[in-house]
Design a protein around this ligand. Structure first.
Ligand SMILES: [Zn+2]
Length: 339
């Protein structure tokens, strides 16, 4: 499937469609969605979902955009331009989700070199307690499990996974995460504790701690909230939960960075009207989703769209031009029309 996507992206490039769409979308704001920037040659995550890109690929992204006349702006500048009805021309906002330490270590020098800036959405409880995100704990557990079989105990029974090949490990990892995602947050926490995952440190997955968040140059990397515990916000029920995840995370981060925390990212893209109302209530100015697309002055600042990134540079070219979205939308519409 990935090969098909890459071939389509080559066609879009060679046909000139990327150039055309880039020109057509030049007044729409591109919000790029990253997670981490790992060390060069790091391949632990190969075959996973490529959330951590290499420094050379990240540098290539920035150089590519710069060479095409893009300017790197902050969300504050985007809002300011919208409020004054100033038309933005080829503007990009760079975002990093989750708060990985490798962003500070590896991305910040590259951002500085390109005179760019970015915003990082931090999971406060992980930054505070030096805990990995639950998804990364599962990833590390399955990837490094010594035996060829793994037993996972869920509330509705035990599942045995075969780990004989890299592919089998990937399938096990995805299945465990899928089962855990269906659970309420508390049940998920209890289930993961029952797995008794060894407390090894996977440095590449480490979330930046408070001192690192405080000391990073906020002119290059702005700090924003990604909740306290990375819950699916659409599953939150009580006012106390909203206060904790959306309100308290903002307060804690403000104490760390010593300035206003104005921006929010919905974990796993999970939100609904009630969540949006809560984000507004706690006086955030924007919230980003995981929905794919571009933004302009008419976009809802609490439902901003983003463009995801992965290890393929040819896909990056097509996705940042808008040609890829156009094509996938047309294909989806045709498919719906045929059913
Ligand atoms: Zn996240």
């Amino acid at each position: 499937m990935k090969t098909v996507r890459v071939c389509i992206c080559w066609l879009l490039k060679l046909s000139g469609a990327n150039w055309l769409f880039r020109h057509f979308n030049r007044h729409r704001v591109l919000i790029l969605w990253y997670h981490g920037i790992s060390q060069e040659g790091f391949d632990l995550l190969k075959g996973y979902d490529e959330r951590h890109l290499s420094p050379s690929l990240f540098r290539r992204h920035l150089r590519f955009l710069k060479a095409r006349g893009y300017q790197f702006i902050s969300l504050d500048e985007y809002l300011e331009a919208c409020s004054r009805s100033v038309a933005l021309h080829k503007s990009v906002v760079i975002t990093f989700d989750d708060g990985f330490q490798n962003v500070i270590e590896n991305a910040v020098p590259i951002l500085r070199e390109a005179q760019a800036k970015a915003i990082m959405y931090v999971v406060v409880e992980c930054a505070k307690s030096n805990q990995l995100l639950w998804t990364d704990r599962i990833e590390f557990w399955v990837r490094h499990h010594q035996s060829d079989t793994l037993q996972a105990k869920f509330s509705d029974g035990i599942v045995n996974y075969s780990l004989t090949t890299a592919r089998a490990r990937e399938i096990a990892m995805r299945d465990i995460k899928k089962r855990l995602r269906k659970m309420a947050d508390r049940e998920r926490q209890v289930t993961i504790e029952r797995f008794a995952i060894p407390k090894e440190s996977a440095a590449v997955f480490r979330i930046a701690n408070f001192s690192e968040l405080k000391n990073v140059d906020h002119g290059v990397l702005q700090i924003a909230s990604h909740t306290m515990n990375h819950p699916n916000c659409a599953n939150l029920r009580s006012e106390a939960e909203f206060n904790e995840e959306i309100g308290h995370s903002k307060m804690e981060l403000q104490q760390v960075v010593g300035s206003q925390v104005r921006h929010f990212a919905y974990p796993a893209g999970s939100y609904n009207d009630r969540v949006v109302a809560q984000v507004k209530k706690f006086a955030y100015d924007t919230a980003v989703t995981t929905e794919a697309g571009f933004n302009d002055a008419s976009s809802d600042p609490y439902r901003l769209k983003r463009v995801g990134t992965n290890g393929s540079f040819i896909m990056f070219q097509a996705m940042t031009s808008g040609s890829y979205f156009f094509l996938t939308q047309v294909l989806r519409r045709r498919k719906r029309g045929n059913t």
